[in-house]
Design a binder for this molecule. Structure first.
Ligand code: NAD
Length: 333
């Protein structure tokens, strides 16, 4: 089949390689001509060093090419998803399957990425997400992800098209949980990086990851997600990979902040989209709108946007009132 991947960053390119390997004709779309020309000329993407792109891959910056596609995969950074979907909307075939692999929550609206694309295109969108570094997927390192959609047939179509001997794809009906997990793990990874940068240890990171996941599940359930989704690949799976790996730019940005760099300097030094920075603001807004207690997210927001000292933020998290680990805990006595 013909597949167009809309977004030629590291992730869009890695997935384009998967789709090509699975026997599809692949168009890799870049938002600017210059980027597309560079890919065409070098068959290399600077985000995936040492990886050669297939000769047969078609590099384009024309949205019109979507008119031929059986499947369109949106892979832009979250801030650009609405504009990208809007530009593609007039060209999408009626029967084209629409997939979103972007992780994030839209600033200002609090919309999940599949909602944004749905609003611009009028289609049901499948979210594909999970613990998956582009660098590893492009080198065919065994990886597992989830195709989430309320429509089982669509989720299974996406599963079939992406799955191969090194990429295992599960289906899941809980798109809300999968997308919230995808967006929020970047916030927690940023916080984990801050702890690493300040010289705290593995204990601190485990505490942060576990309690970060607990508050994410609280928010998710208030928004209609299922608790068990957060124990899956798009929840704890993605959290593990993002909080512990040096591939994670969110964690790297956090380390720089923890070492004493300003937030702006940390973002500049990472030099690529740090989704957790945007997701922290959106998540804190969603927490307030839904009346959900998210102390770690709040602290992250204050460090990133209100210049709060990270050490003082951790101290105040440790001094919160005493509580039980599990809400509604059932005690024998
Ligand atoms: N990199 C990964 O390992 C990975 C894995 C899973 C999911 N994701 C998600 O995929 C999304 C894209 O991440 P990435 O790592 O491919 O990004 P990237 O940082 O590698 O690339 C960013 C891309 O965005 C493009 N871009 C910049 N401004 C744009 C604009 N105004 N309109 C459209 N495109 C624009 C750039 O041309 C560049 O190709 C993010 O939401 C990320 O969280 C990434």
């Amino acid at each position: 089949m013909k597949v167009l991947v809309a977004g030629s960053g590291g992730w869009g390119t890695a997935l384009a390689m998967v789709l090509h390997r699975n026997g599809n004709q692949v168009f890799l779309w870049s938002y600017c001509q210059e980027e597309s020309d560079h890919l065409k000329k070098t068959h290399r993407n600077p985000f995936l060093p040492g990886v050669d792109l297939p000769e047969e891959m078609i590099f384009t910056s024309h949205c019109e090419d979507a008119a031929e596609a059986d499947m369109v995969v949106f892979a832009s950074p979250s801030f650009a998803v609405r504009a990208t979907a809007k530009s593609f909307a007039p060209y999408l075939r009626e029967d084209a399957v629409i997939v979103c692999v972007t992780k994030g929550i839209e600033q200002g609206t609090g919309c999940r990425m599949t909602q944004v694309i749905g609003q611009e295109t009028g289609r049901t969108v499948v979210a594909l997400s999970g613990p998956s570094h582009a660098e590893e997927v492009s080198r065919q390192i065994p990886t597992g992800v989830v195709a989430a959609c309320e429509d089982k047939t669509l989720a299974e179509k996406v599963q079939k098209v992406f799955m191969n001997d090194t990429l295992r794809v599960y289906t899941c009906p809980d798109k809300i949980g999968v997308e919230l997990g995808a967006a929020h793990k970047n916030v927690i990874a940023l916080c984990a990086g801050v702890c690493d940068g300040m010289g705290y240890g593995d204990n601190t990171k485990a505490l942060l990851m576990t309690r970060g996941l607990a508050e994410l599940a609280r928010l998710g359930m208030a928004m209609g997600a299922k608790r068990e989704t957060f124990a899956g690949l798009a929840g704890v799976g993605d959290l593990i990979v993002t909080c512990t790996s040096m591939h994670s730019r969110n964690r790297r940005a956090g380390i720089l902040i923890g070492e004493g760099n300003s937030v702006k300097r940390a973002m500049d030094r990472v030099g690529a989209v740090v989704e957790g920075y945007y997701a922290a603001k959106s998540a804190w807004e969603l927490a307030q709108q839904n009346g959900v207690d998210m102390p770690i997210t709040r602290a992250a927001y204050e460090v990133l946007y209100e210049d709060r000292d990270p050490r003082e933020a951790i101290r105040s998290l440790m001094h919160r009132e005493q509580t039980s680990e599990v809400e509604d805990a059932a005690w024998a006595r």
